[in-house]
Design a protein. Structure first.
Lengths: 281, 320
């Protein structure tokens, strides 16, 4: 029996127990209780098994980290959830609906929004203009050649609100391409937040950042979770951050689901220590 | 934007429009003639319109002469075969060019970079060869002549636009309308979407935007306004020829835009003014005037990669 299946059984059991009505192994049922649920999801590229038989559930309002050595399949795992690649087998459930076949756009509209490992922004526009495009997209206004004054004000207020949330209001009129790397990553988060996410996926939010920038980003992620109640799933290499803020951690290794649990459980897990933490230490 | 900057901007545009309004009065005193000013505005509409696509959406069209020429032939044929009405000629030409651009837009909207450019060239040349071969209707190589802009009837009032200065004001009015339309579009969510496509289309796609539809919209609107310029050009010379459909004209539009600066709204107009004046002056001196234009182009691209107007000020600094 694979580690993935064992972990899946454990998660399903926990979810069923919490709900008080146990129908063990009923995927659709568990899907309804979890915000996000994967059942036996696989993805291979040719003969390379990037993700193998991963199953897990994530509750609404969770702050969860995904860790694993390089090549563990973390980014493929994100691509599966967001629809950038389709699973070769298995089901993906979001808020009770099977979304495994849906396009990226459909999933964004459902509230599954991600940021990228490599910064993806609109460099020659200001912070304000970057955020405004996302706000207008979320409101499905892209095709509008004219906006009434009241509607324009709504857009402007939403942009201002987002810039306050991510603490970039003082840099609103700077060109994004001229900002420090750390601020550019924060702009990306503002773009994602503009889409009104129900599940925010952050792919290495602190990659390439200095200490101060990292601190700001960690603080932002923590605040989005604590104050805005966002469900957040993030990939991160810095174990200090992972064990510092994540409520739950899942570990991937060579495409397989290795373990899942609270930071305490993960740091005590022998398999994890062998496969990952030992190697890092 | 600070109050001082804003008032500077208002003053600047007041001077600009005042200069255009009084152009027939002063242009002759600085060595020009009114029809030259008219030509700058006509090409200005076309270049500003092409720049919606090139500078703001990021689509390099080398076929915009197609819409310019279709507008010109549409207007000329309306006057020649249909009715002696200037407004009708402008309307028909603009609609013909606009509809053609809208219908052919889907052929290019999913292409990028060089492929986008190649397909637009092909589309442009298609219309060029139709105009050359369809002799008995278009006049073939000799071009379409035998029509004349008709006086405007506004109520009981007749405005005889036969006179160059009077026709100038018709063109200026069309120019103003086109500018207002383009400014409003660029300030709208549609315009914001275009600029975002130019900046990072992948990112916009990931936000859930169907990029191709908005490129199509840019292509169609840009083509329609270019067709408007084409109608005005045919009426200016009471003549049009296959050269108005040729890819060389498409290329010239692109050169004008790059000369002036494609990231600025008014950049293309500066480029048009330089190009048209240089052409007018140099072509009276030498047949090889394009050599001089080419040299100028190389110099400007080397010295001011963002175009002449692009050098004047960088944005995004005022609030820093």
């Amino acid at each position: 029996m694979s580690g993935g299946a064992a972990a899946a059984a454990m998660v399903a059991g926990a979810a069923a127990g919490a709900a008080g009505a146990a129908v063990a192994g009923a995927a659709a049922d568990a899907g309804r209780r979890d915000l996000l649920r994967l059942d036996g999801v696989c993805r291979h590229f040719g003969r390379l098994q990037a993700v193998q038989d991963v199953s897990f559930g994530m509750r609404e309002g969770e702050l969860r980290a995904v860790i694993g050595p390089n090549g563990a399949g973390k980014t493929t795992f994100f691509n599966l959830i967001t629809g950038f690649v389709a699973p070769t087998a298995g089901d993906i459930w979001f808020d009770g609906a099977n979304i495994g076949d849906e396009s990226v756009v459909r999933r964004v509209r459902r509230g599954i929004v991600r940021t990228f490992q490599i910064t993806e922004i609109f460099p020659d526009l200001t912070v304000y203009e970057n955020t405004r495009v996302a706000v207008e997209t979320a409101a499905r206004l892209n095709g509008r050649a004219w906006l009434a004054r009241a509607r324009r004000r709504e857009v402007a207020e939403r942009v201002d609100e987002l810039l306050v949330t991510v603490a970039l209001a003082d840099k609103a009129h700077r060109l994004v391409g001229e900002l420090a790397h750390g601020d550019q990553r924060v702009v990306e988060i503002a773009l994602a937040l503009a889409m009104n996410p129900r599940l925010l996926l952050l792919d290495e939010p602190t990659a390439g950042m200095g200490d101060r920038e990292t601190e700001h980003m960690v603080e932002l992620v923590r605040r989005l979770h604590a104050e805005h109640g966002l469900s957040i799933l993030f990939i991160e290499h810095d174990m200090g951050i992972v064990f510092g803020i994540a409520q739950r951690i899942m570990v991937l290794d060579q495409g397989r689901f290795l373990a899942e649990g609270t930071p305490g459980e993960i740091s005590a897990d022998e398999k994890v220590r062998a496969a990952y933490l030992g190697e890092a230490a | 934007m600070s109050a001082a900057r804003r008032s500077l901007r208002v003053a600047g545009s007041a001077v600009f429009w005042l200069a255009l309004l009084t152009l027939p009065l002063w242009l002759t005193h600085v060595g020009g003639y009114t029809a030259l000013g008219t030509k700058i505005l006509v090409y200005g509409i076309a270049a500003l319109a092409l720049n919606l696509l090139l500078g703001f959406t990021g689509g390099l069209s080398f076929g915009h002469a197609a819409w310019f020429g279709l507008g010109a032939y549409g207007a000329g044929m309306t006057l020649k075969y249909l009715a002696p009405s200037t407004p009708l000629a402008i309307l028909v030409g603009t609609v013909v060019g606009g509809v053609a651009a809208t219908l052919l837009g889907p052929l290019v909207m999913r292409r990028r970079g060089i492929y986008f450019a190649m397909i637009t060239i092909a589309i442009g040349q298609l219309f060029y060869f139709i105009a050359v071969r369809w002799n008995n209707v278009t006049g073939g190589e000799d071009g379409l002549a035998g029509f004349e802009r008709a006086p405007l009837h506004i109520g009981p009032w007749v405005y005889d636009i036969h006179h160059d200065a009077k026709y100038y004001y018709v063109v200026l009015a069309c120019f103003a309308v086109a500018v207002v339309i383009m400014k409003l579009l660029l300030a709208s969510p549609l315009g914001h979407t275009w600029v975002a496509i130019r900046e990072n289309r992948r990112r916009l796609q990931f936000l859930g935007v169907r990029i191709d539809l908005y490129i199509w919209a840019a292509f169609a609107i840009s083509g329609t306004l270019t067709a408007l310029a084409g109608t005005l050009n045919a009426l200016l010379f009471n003549f049009t020829s296959p050269q108005d459909l040729h890819w060389i004209l498409s290329g010239n539009f692109v050169i004008m835009i790059v000369l002036g600066g494609m990231r600025k709204f008014w950049g293309p107009l500066i480029g048009v003014a330089i190009f048209v004046v240089a052409q007018d002056y140099l072509s009276s001196v030498t047949d090889n005037w394009m050599t001089a234009i080419g040299l100028l182009f190389v110099l400007i691209v080397l010295l001011f990669p963002k175009g002449l107007l692009g050098m004047l000020g960088r944005r995004g600094k005022e609030a820093a």
